[in-house]
Design a protein around this ligand. Structure first.
Ligand code: GDP
Length: 334
């Protein structure tokens, strides 16, 4: 219900003030730019629409922070009419009162006309802050937004807060939570993953969008960032994304259409190996998605056949979950 569809895909809008980190976030998450190289990115000075060829094919509209989008000459319906979530980036290392003022104005405006849009506040660049300062800042920001909301009678507005940084996994974790709210089939996916976990004594299972390393679902056992990190790193070890997808990266002379020369008949990769006290199992589900499972020591490699079988069952069920049109578009043919 929260995901409005325009071209059939949930759309995210990334906003925030200049230098808050918008370009860096979309480059690191969606284009695999090493975080340290964001230092040399040009700051966002225009509206950028990007289409990403991943599971959800969401768009990030990278709006420059200094534009007054509430200006009546802007067509608010074009901007907000079709988005599922507004991600608002606040630079936690900087003076943030003005940013909060703008955020509050925006939320109030949205509540009047688009109360279903999830507002996802990324309290960003927390890597540079001490633990104490970090949690004080986070609490302060939440308080200032919530006070404003309740003063205006919008206690129940769908506003959530995350602490993020491009220098660790937190930005991926936050994006995962944002995206999951936009997947109507999430409860079914979770139930399928739960059943896979209990059948095969798997500790944690993630369904990853390979390209972005956002997980679109996980089983409902408690998630800790550690298991996400292990699984996410494993994708890098096992799958050389650029090789599989044959991305045309933006060329130096600036012709930057990102086309997918996709390797449709790539054989599904299945692998299992020991890592420390764990076993990791990875299987490509289709062109975009990979299932990654984390198992304890008591799951010896001989169980692989059982897991292979049950993951096959999971895969078949997954193909039932998505409507036909979506499936044809999103899931590669068997
Ligand atoms: P934009 O104007 O909102 O698009 O901001 P940019 O993406 O250009 O980022 C501005 C600066 O913030 C750049 O120098 C980035 O390297 C830096 N930056 C972005 N994200 C982070 C982060 O998570 N931590 C730190 N320490 N710096 C960041």
């Amino acid at each position: 219900p929260n995901s409005k569809v325009g071209d059939g895909k949930p759309r995210l809008l990334l906003m925030g003030q200049r230098r808050s980190g918008k370009s860096s976030i979309s480059s690191v998450v969606f284009h695999k730019l090493p975080p340290s190289e964001t230092l040399y990115l040009e700051t966002t000075t225009r509206i950028k629409k990007e289409s990403m060829h991943s599971f959800m094919d969401f768009q990030v509209w990278d709006l420059p922070g200094h534009l007054d989008y509430t200006d009546p000459t802007w067509d608010i319906d074009v901007i907000f009419g079709e988005i599922g979530a507004l991600i608002w980036v606040i630079d936690a290392q900087d003076e943030y009162l003005e940013a909060i003022g703008r955020l509050n104005d925006t939320i109030l405006k949205l509540q009047e006309r688009y109360p279903d849009i999830n507002v996802e506040v990324f309290v960003h660049k927390v890597d540079g802050l001490s633990e104490d300062y970090k949690s004080d800042t986070f609490r302060d920001i939440i308080q200032r937004v919530q006070d404003e909301l309740s003063d205006n009678g919008y206690e129940n507005a769908p506003v959530s807060f995350y602490q993020t940084s491009i220098y660790d996994h937190s930005i991926f974790e936050a994006f995962s939570k944002v995206i999951q709210k936009l997947i109507p089939q999430l409860p079914t996916l979770e139930a399928l993953l739960n059943s896979l976990c209990s059948t095969c004594r798997i500790e944690k299972a993630y369904l990853f969008d390979i390209m972005s390393k956002i997980y679109i679902a996980t089983d409902t056992s408690p998630t800790d960032i550690g298991s996400y990190e292990i699984c996410s790193d494993y994708i890098d070890v096992v799958i050389d994304v650029s090789e599989i997808y044959g991305w045309d990266r933006p060329s130096e002379n600036g012709s930057s259409e990102i086309t997918e020369t996709g390797n449709n008949d790539a054989e599904s990769l299945i692998t299992m190996e020991r890592k420390g006290n764990n076993y990791l199992y990875l299987r490509e589900i289709n062109k975009y998605l990979a299932l990654i499972c984390l198992m304890g020591d008591d799951s010896p490699a001989e169980k692989k056949a059982v897991i292979d079988y049950n993951v096959g069952v999971f895969q078949a069920a997954l193909n039932q979950v998505f409507p036909r049109a979506e499936r044809e578009q999103l899931l590669s043919p068997e």
